[in-house]
Design a protein around this ligand. Structure first.
Ligand code: ADP
Ligand code: MG
Length: 518
């Protein structure tokens, strides 16, 4: 039985599938307090202190050199690009960038740490005192602040591999020296759901900034969660535990639910929560203590004598600030205000930068002489509906469908001018994606080639309507006796007879007349 099950039996920690807001304990007497430490792998071309090129999945120990292996005499040289990406991220989270920061050695022994120390920032980090306003809901004010304590630069360690050599643990040092930013929040989060929203938003911002690819499976985003409980409304902090080995955002959420329920059960039983590091076991959905030997660390930090302090000029910071892209929240607000989109649409369309770019380019192409706001909702419906559905069906992002915004605009124009009905337009869209011909001119060409042009000619539509009504005399009688919902049935039959090409507006008009007239 899992800890989750046990906690449930103890009557503690109502689980989210039971519905409603998740609470640490059903009586609502306890609240959870959570702070996160996130390791973000930077998308630099080279490592932090040497010119090796990090590459996920490369043959083990082929992306190493004397510097990252810590061979005697090798000296580290700081990668300017890593500092720039770190500054960009720190600015996006509202941090103060310090003109001077210091690299220190964090000393510990572990097989994947060839130098016997990790170069990190400790007493004087690159950036501190940021804040992220995390959205929970769609209203303008549906946010809560999470303070960012610090963001500092450090190098990654290597990886122990347990499944490559039988009965042995192997070490791959390719990742050693890869640049990371560690982002530490204050304990401002109060539930696993808030944590999820925070993480989603952090990831979205980092992707917009092109600072990290945030791929959790490949380890380019790693999360440790610190959690404690306390009487609801109290301001003092309880004793925290630290959760490690969290491999997905949903894993973080589940692990926290389980751990909070465990802490509530401990306290309810009259015991105290112990300060310890716990490992999340995804398969068993439970936490277990890390061996205390692994936990008790004295890192003996001291400034790295091979690296002078880092100086980041204010003018450089301002340059980086000016070049920051529009961030997702600002873009979402603009989509609502400038395009007049519903908050929901704006949220979906700005969830990824390439998607938002695709939408905006399509709006621009479609608008021509009219105001962009006039066509924005129409474009949004097509992008969020059929186009995203096509992308999802292929497991590909929208920008990989090969659809040019101009072609999207042309397709929508075919619908607007009555040359194609919606169903035909969806077929055209599918053909464009299937055949990889999503460029300008394609919609009209496919319409022509596949005979998908909409039929608005009333005499042809009257013919189909009459055929349908003659074939279904019983339904006609029932309709006239008041069974109005049969309207949909007749519509469907007529569309079928037209092989999808009839103008639905015309069909409805003619059907209406015939059914009334008798
Ligand atoms: P430690 O000294 O154990 O490293 P820190 O004070 O450096 O702890 O904080 C590390 C992380 O733990 C931060 O993200 C912080 O917000 C969080 N944290 C600190 N104290 C608590 C607490 N009592 N409950 C929950 N989270 C906490
Ligand atoms: Mg700490």
């Amino acid at each position: 039985m899992t800890a989750r099950g046990q906690a449930g039996e103890a009557g503690r920690g109502r689980m989210p599938e039971e519905g409603g807001e998740w609470r640490p304990d059903p009586a609502g007497e306890m609240e959870a307090v959570i702070g996160l430490e996130i390791h973000i792998q930077l998308l630099t071309h080279e490592k932090l202190f040497c010119a090796d090129v990090p590459e996920f999945g490369a043959e083990p120990n082929t992306r190493v050199c004397p510097v990252c292996l810590g061979l005697p005499g090798a000296l580290p040289v700081l990668n300017r690009e890593a500092v720039e990406l770190a500054v960009r991220a720190a600015l996006a989270f509202g941090c103060a960038i310090h003109e001077r920061s210091v690299f220190e050695r964090k000393n510990y022994f572990y097989p994947d740490l060839p130098k016997g120390y990790q170069i990190s920032q400790f007493k004087e980090p690159l950036a501190t005192d940021g804040v992220l306003h995390v959205r929970m809901g769609e209203g303008l004010d549906d946010t809560f602040p999470v303070r960012i304590r610090r963001m500092h630069l450090e190098e990654d360690a290597g990886k122990s591999i347990h499944d490559r050599v039988p009965d042995r643990t192997a070490v791959d040092l390719n990742r050693t020296g890869t640049p990371l930013v560690e982002m530490v929040s204050e304990p401002d989060l109060r539930s696993p759901a808030q944590v999820r929203s925070y993480l989603d938003q952090v990831k979205r911002i980092l992707e917009y900034l092109e600072v990290s690819d945030c791929n959790m499976e490949e380890g380019s985003l790693r999360v440790d969660a610190n959690v404690s409980i306390r009487p609801a409304g109290s301001v003092e902090l309880g004793t925290k535990t630290e959760l490690k080995n969290l491999n997905s955002f949903s894993g973080v959420e589940r692990a926290l639910e389980v751990e909070i329920a465990r802490q509530v059960a401990v306290v309810t039983a009259g015991d105290r929560v112990r300060h310890e590091t716990l490992l999340w076991d995804e398969r068993r959905q439970t936490v277990r203590p890390m061996r205390s030997k692994e936990e008790s660390q004295d890192y003996r930090y001291f400034p790295d004598p091979d690296l002078p302090p880092v100086w980041v000029a204010g003018t450089w910071v301002e340059e980086i600030r000016r070049e920051l892209p529009e961030l997702p929240e600002a873009r979402r607000t603009r989509f609502i205000e400038v395009y007049g989109l519903p908050a929901y649409d704006a949220g979906v369309l700005t969830s990824r930068r390439p998607l938002a770019d695709f939408f905006e380019a399509s709006v621009r192409a479609r608008s021509g002489d009219v105001q962009e706001a006039e066509v924005a909702k129409e474009v949004a419906n097509w992008v969020m509906g059929p186009i995203l559905a096509l992308a999802n069906a292929r497991g590909a992002p929208v920008e990989a469908l090969g659809l040019e915004p101009e072609a999207v605009a042309e397709l929508l124009a075919l619908v607007a001018t009555g040359q194609a009905n919606r169903r035909a337009a969806r077929t055209i869209l599918e053909r464009m994606v299937e055949s990889g011909s999503g460029g300008a001119g394609a919609p009209a060409a496919i319409l022509e080639a596949e005979g998908l042009a909409q039929v608005s000619d009333s005499s042809r539509i009257e013919g189909w309507v009459d055929e349908v009504l003659t074939a279904h005399p019983d339904e006609v009688t029932r309709f006239r006796e008041g069974e109005r919902r049969l309207q949909g049935f007749f519509m469907g039959e007529v569309m079928k007879r037209s092989r999808g090409k009839a103008d639905p507006g015309e069909v409805a008009r003619i059907l209406g007349g015939r059914l009334k007239g008798g």
